[in-house]
Design a protein around this ligand. Structure first.
Ligand code: SF4
Length: 377
């Protein structure tokens, strides 16, 4: 079979694509700059977060940390606090760590060589390609959720995109779509990402408005709902966590998660894992979180894991959330403290009574922030 994806085919694709992009692109703040630092911040924020949410965070972050040097010199807690609410705090830590690498190894300048960008903490092939092409207009391909879907459809790819052979083909396509001569790669990358985001959407793509519809085999075959094929589902592990809200004179007890634990460095209500197999005499029963067994299971788990002595009184809310391959049911209790102030000071991690009526300047985990808002209602 003759491969129709020749350099002529790509040249014919680029023309209507660029015309559409120049007329239809969204007016986003990070599109108005070629500063690699600002582009890097926006790309990092946009991983796992919607454009509309990112805009304000991006502006605040750049106002406080306008360049590599200011970010590198900041305290990690301040960087995390500015990130509060965006979630996935690992991204903020990696930005901070990468800024420190640039401060020491590149004299506080953003490196321009693709290989150097790729070596920065938290920067993968996609982000390096985005920075290299948007900021320096280098011929560096990009592949992320929107372009994976668009390219899969332009290729009529029948295999799941996550398979190794599909990944190879998609990256090859992402490179082939870029002009061979220097210049213009950044704009083509922006255009394909925008087309994937606005027109070639996961459900009911707007093929009637698509500038490249006449070159799309998926459209021709009517296979938009079958391509891209879903990636194989990951196996998730269910976990039960218990959390206690302990009040004292209008403040609540919070704890900074120690290094090496989930949400390391972020503040949270005291919480611990109460997932059990039901074989103990006293165990946590997720179906009856207010039962005596459950209350006593929560009490002993908090004492064992955190050294916190308290009496859970009443279950008032359950929050479901996910962390990597874990699906967590977080059972929230009101509780009374048994510890004295001095015994709290002896606990290993950092503990503090926090006034949660105004947004604290501590970086909270996203579930702690959700609960903080709920408690204020
Ligand atoms: S024609 Fe439809 S399926 Fe094909 S690229 Fe355009 S929007 Fe996507």
């Amino acid at each position: 079979m003759v491969d129709c994806y020749t350099s002529k085919w790509f040249a014919r694709l680029r023309h209507p694509l660029l015309r559409w992009y120049r007329a239809q692109r969204r007016d986003l703040p990070w599109r108005k700059t070629t500063d690699p630092y600002a582009i890097w911040v926006s790309e990092t924020m946009l991983q796992q977060t919607q454009v509309a949410t990112v805009i304000d965070y991006y502006r605040r972050f750049l106002a406080r940390f306008p360049n590599v040097v200011t970010l590198a010199g900041a305290e990690e807690q301040e960087v995390l606090a500015l990130w509060a609410g965006l979630g996935y705090y690992r991204r903020a830590r990696q930005l901070h760590a990468a800024a420190q690498v640039m401060a020491t190894e590149f004299g506080g300048e953003f490196p321009s060589a693709f290989e150097d960008i790729l070596k920065l903490p938290g920067v993968g092939r996609y982000t390096a390609g985005a920075i290299a092409s948007f900021a320096f207009d280098q011929r560096a391909p990009v592949l992320e959720a929107n372009t994976i879907r668009l390219f899969s459809r332009l290729l009529a790819l029948r295999d799941a995109p996550s398979r190794a052979a599909s990944q190879r083909r998609l990256w090859e396509f992402a490179e082939q779509i870029l002009p061979r001569r220097s210049g213009g790669s950044g704009e083509i990358n922006q255009a394909v990402m925008e087309l994937g985001s606005l027109i070639c959407t996961p459900k009911q793509p707007d093929c009637d408005s698509c500038p490249v519809a006449r070159m799309c085999p998926t459209f021709e075959l009517g296979l938009q709902s079958e391509i891209p094929r879903p990636n194989p589902k990951k196996a998730f592990v269910a976990k039960n966590h218990a959390l206690v809200v302990i009040w004292n004179r209008g403040k609540v007890l919070m704890r900074r998660n120690p290094p090496g634990q989930w949400w390391d460095g972020l503040w949270d209500f005291p919480r611990t894992d109460v997932t059990g197999d039901g074989s103990n005499a006293s165990f946590f029963d997720a179906a009856r979180p207010d039962s005596e067994d459950s209350l006593s299971g929560v009490r002993s788990a908090l004492s064992r894991d955190l050294g916190l002595r308290c009496v859970p009184l009443e279950h008032f809310r359950t929050i479901k959330h996910g962390v990597t391959r874990f699906r967590i049911s977080l059972f929230c209790y009101r509780a009374e403290r048994e510890d004295s102030a001095s015994s709290l000071r002896k606990l290993e991690a950092e503990w503090r009574w926090v006034d949660i009526r105004s947004p604290p300047d501590l970086p909270l985990t996203s579930t702690a922030e959700k609960l903080r808002r709920a408690l204020m209602v």
